[in-house]
Design a protein around this ligand. Structure first.
Ligand SMILES: *Cc1c(COP(=O)(O)O)cnc(C)c1O
Length: 391
């Protein structure tokens, strides 16, 4: 089984209470196999970005496929360890790590801290010293690359809050020489998310070459280069590209990135691993027509289940699973939450839709349920799984 299949063909009878997320573990496994094969060709290592989705069944598949973990909070570090990821394959990024989070990660013995400011270097050094440890850090450098994506999910342009400014790397290096409890082992970059244009990654690789050369000229040995994540997926037509273009992605780095002898190259992929295996199932509660003649279908999932459209004007393909043979119309699909931004799609071609119909909002495996909220006192929607060993 792959996509969610109606228990009763053509009708929503027997469908579990909505809304719920459905994950196709079979597609997840195929995606992981493709990613691992494409990265393995060049000896690249992938760390899964936990912030995209932390369902235990999903983490189990990812861990079994041999990926490491990329965490952006101490809670994620703990979650990765609990779910079987080896600490020495966990990286910890984040622009605002608390002392407690740093202490716990020092204790866990993770692979590297991706350090985002000069002050943070001092704090990690002090906390590692207090624990009697020496820890490995990668400097997250803001490369001033402006990827082709929504401004809220672009992180690599000079004015963003992320990373150490490339204008400050000489000061970072001077400071590192005085800090005895941290060892700089890597350079880390992450320019943003949902990047479909591989030219942005080519540009990143070129920038990294310059920055790595700068460190090499100063006698700093860099053991690993971490290129972050950000590979985008096809939200418009998920069936055309269920498995993202990992081949093209890793080849872009292979073609452009200069890798020194003994250097390892790491990636932190989230969305491209888990987005396409998830869908959000929701029922139509009401249909109505505005004074201007626009038709709305109001569904029982909202921005509380999936906030991406409200937060970043993201588009997800929506299908009516129970409208076979009905004529096409034009609909806006909206949730029940008391916010005007709680709209999943506006004026899209959509089959004639009725109360009780079952809709699928596609490509919601990443940044879907993990970003759910209890706004309006709504409970978090459950998850269901298909295509797995548990079936
Ligand atoms: C979010 C994030 C990622 C993953 O990004 P995707 O677009 O989901 O691949 C990787 N690294 C860091 C530091 C992140 O914040």
């Amino acid at each position: 089984m792959a996509r969610y299949i109606l228990p009763t063909a053509g009708s929503s009878a027997g469908v579990p209470p909505t809304p719920f997320y459905y994950y196709d573990l079979d597609l997840l496994r195929r995606t992981l196999a493709a990613a691992v094969a494409a990265a393995g060709r060049y000896g690249y290592r992938i760390h899964y970005a936990l912030k995209a989705n932390v369902e235990p069944q999903i983490l189990r598949e990812i861990q079994r496929a041999g990926l490491g973990a990329d965490c952006v909070s101490g809670y994620e570090v703990a979650c990765a360890v609990e779910n079987g990821f080896a600490p020495e394959r966990i990286v910890f990024a984040g622009v605002g790590k608390s002392d407690r989070e740093i202490e716990q990660a020092v204790e866990a013995g993770i692979f590297a801290f991706n350090c985002e400011s000069l002050e943070e270097l001092e704090v990690i050094d002090a906390l590692a010293g207090r624990a009697g440890r020496r820890v490995d850090v990668a400097l997250r450098i803001n490369p001033d690359v402006r990827p082709d994506t929504h401004e809220y999910i672009a992180t690599g342009q000079a004015e963003s809050k992320f990373g150490i400014s490339y204008a400050e790397i000489d000061r970072a290096l001077a400071r590192l020489h005085r800090l005895s409890h941290i060892r700089i082992v890597g350079l880390h970059f992450h320019i943003g998310s949902q990047i479909r244009n591989l030219a942005s990654f080519a540009e990143l690789a070129e920038r990294v070459n310059g920055i790595a050369a700068w460190f090499a000229e100063r006698g700093v040995e860099i053991a690993h280069l971490n290129m972050g994540g950000g590979l985008g997926i096809d939200y418009d037509d998920p069936d055309a590209e269920p498995v993202p273009d990992f081949e093209g992605y890793f080849r872009t780095f292979h073609d452009r990135l200069q890798v020194g002898a003994g250097q390892t190259v790491h990636f932190e992929l989230g969305r491209s691993i888990v987005a396409q295996c998830g869908e959000l199932l929701t029922r139509v509660l009401y249909t109505k027509t505005t004074a201007g003649g626009a038709r709305f279908a109001i569904v029982d999932a909202g921005m509380t289940e999936l906030i991406r459209p409200a937060l970043y004007k993201a588009h997800h393909k929506i299908e009516n699973l129970t409208a076979a043979g009905r004529p096409m119309g034009v609909y806006s699909i909206a949730g029940p939450i008391c916010e005007s931004s709680d709209v999943f799609a506006r004026d899209i071609p959509f089959p004639e839709t009725r109360r009780g119909d079952l809709l699928s909002i596609r490509s919601t495996g990443a940044y879907g349920r993990i970003m759910a909220s209890n706004y309006n006192m709504r409970p978090i929607a459950p998850s269901r799984f298909g295509g797995g060993p548990d079936e």
